[in-house]
Design a protein around this ligand. Structure first.
Ligand code: CTP
Length: 401
């Protein structure tokens, strides 16, 4: 089988050097990558580097190798075009259809999915001109990843950093796998909770659970690749990298998770509760470490109920037509318990999976049945957590349209 053909467009920002890492990941995972830098990008990383890493000649202008009609051919043959970094100038040119070099010509001739990973100073990103250009590109079906927040070129920090190349690579992989031309979640805001809450007993101890957060992160990545604006409320997931273009809100306890989810859900089209939320928390928090007392049995730990967030947001929807999805971790009578839980919680979809010592928690794979409020059952065979995530978004997208 032919390798998928990827065009890596690089525009003139300091983050151009990070595109070398993206290029490596793409080539090493079996993609045939043609790099098309702009003339300004070559001020940051030279043609020799792009050529050596991609194994292809590198041109910036339509006047290079004219006999090969590169300005049309490269775009026509691509399976994916990714522009990283995409400067404010590049987004403006792409939005307005300008074609004054090889990359902008390629963007006009490409009929495949296009991903932009913008990087610029916060002021430039927030300028209404840039925001309108981004909205135009998204409306036309391009995936524009939200920039990350962090250190910028100088000493300043803010929104505008190029997302981690590993995460841009993940978006490309997802977009290529689905072959999405029209990202079906474009213009939608989705909220996902992930991880497991920790309910503190004292400054050093907590009641927690084994949820790794990987399923929630897979949901966030796949939603972003399908064009959604994503808020990820992440409970104790410090080991996982922030997915590119996703707004991550870190939380610790069930009460904090509830607050963050309710806030983000106010304007959300869909909410997916993948987090394992503790049903109970210690009734009292000891501000100092609880000490054992010699020759005495330990004091019992009194617990109080935590709010049931899924039931609450399902009963009192922030917007009409908002789609709400729950997850159910069950060890016995998986489907029967799942049906009862779906009715009790009042959500639209419930992803039911069997958990146990060696099942699901922390693994890269999952197997589940999605139960719908209309009575249907959608089995999802054993496979990557991203495949389950895409099935969830297929069902959500169908309910939103
Ligand atoms: N959930 C929630 N708030 C809680 C507990 C759970 O929002 N206090 C959500 C979870 O995020 C998940 C779903 O409810 O989407 C089901 O979680 P699960 O732990 O399986 O269900 P429980 O409500 O704990 O029911 P049971 O005790 O019967 O297992």
């Amino acid at each position: 089988m032919d390798k998928p053909k990827v065009v890596l467009g690089v525009s003139g920002g300091i983050a151009a050097y990070k595109a070398c890492e993206l290029l490596r990941r793409l080539t090493e995972s079996g993609h045939d990558v043609r790099v098309v830098p702009t003339a300004s990008a070559l001020h940051f990383v030279g043609a020799a580097t792009w050529s050596a890493l991609s194994g292809h000649p590198v041109a910036t202008e339509v006047w290079d190798d004219v006999h090969e009609v590169l300005h049309v051919r490269i775009g026509q043959h691509a399976d994916l075009v990714v522009v990283a970094p995409a400067t404010a100038d590049m987004l403006a040119k792409a939005a307005h259809g300008l074609a004054d070099d090889l990359l902008t010509n390629t963007l006009l001739t490409a009929r495949c999915p296009v991903v932009f990973a913008p990087a610029m100073h916060t002021e430039m990103w927030e300028h209404p001109a840039t925001q309108e250009n981004v909205a135009t590109l998204r409306r036309r079906g391009a995936v524009v990843i939200e920039p990350a927040v962090g250190r910028l070129t100088g000493v300043d920090t803010g929104k505008g950093r190029l997302p981690d190349p590993v995460e841009i690579f993940e978006v490309c992989r997802r977009v290529l796998a689905r072959g999405v031309r029209e990202p079906d979640l474009a213009g939608r805001h989705v909220v996902i909770s992930a991880g497991g809450t920790r309910e503190p007993l004292d400054p050093v101890r907590f009641l927690g659970n084994r949820s790794s957060g990987k399923q929630g992160y897979a949901l966030a990545r796949t939603a972003a690749a399908r064009g959604a604006r994503v808020t990820l409320v992440a409970a104790n997931t410090s080991g996982l990298a922030d997915p590119a273009g996703v707004d991550v809100v870190p939380v610790g306890t069930a009460v904090q998770l509830r607050e963050a989810v309710l806030k983000a859900a106010a304007d959300a089209d869909a909410v997916v509760m993948a987090a394992a939320v503790a049903d109970f928390r210690p009734a009292a928090y000891a501000p100092g470490k609880i000490k054992k007392k010699d020759d005495q049995d330990p004091d019992p730990i009194a617990l109080v109920r935590n709010p049931d967030i899924l039931a609450e947001i399902s009963a009192d929807r922030a917007r009409p037509g908002q789609v709400i999805v729950g997850f159910a971790a069950e060890t016995d009578d998986v489907l029967a318990n799942g049906r009862k839980k779906l009715a009790r919680k009042g959500c639209d979809l419930l992803v039911v999976n069997e958990v146990g010592e060696r099942k699901t928690f922390g693994s890269e794979e999952n197997e589940a049945v999605v139960l719908a409020a209309d009575g249907s059952e959608i089995p999802v065979p054993h496979g990557p957590k991203e495949a389950l995530a895409d099935t969830v978004w297929d069902l959500v997208a169908a309910r939103l349209s």
